[in-house]
Design a protein around this ligand. Sequence first.
Ligand SMILES: [Zn+2]
Length: 133
Amino acid sequence: MPKIEEHHLCPSRPGTPKAPGYPETDTWRVLPNGDRTCSFCGSLHPDDWLRLMGEAKDPESRTLIDKSNKGYKFYVHQAGVQNALEGGIKFYNWHIPSADWAAQANAMHQEVMVASRKKLEARMARPDGKGAP
Ligand SMILES: [Zn+2]
């Protein structure tokens, strides 16, 4: 069971029907690899997302970020994380905490997407499709 820390209210709550008995507040679950995810929507914590964006820019890192077909959702692929029980796998933009945070993310965005595309293409080029970038 992941460790629980720090309460918040997920910004996606107002648009989501609440299941009976659902907790009144949300938490940042700490997963086995140390990533924090929202107990309501599963999004990575914004600080962890910025760290992963920084890793994704690095051509030597295996971390890569991928757009989903939803404008508000991004996926991250990182070494040692096969599923959402092991580490963070996605970020929802309703967890953007501030204009300053958004400016930092926007400043890295282009470089992150270019580096991530190259890593994805390198993986696809391998016969097993699983190659390290
Ligand atoms: Zn959330």
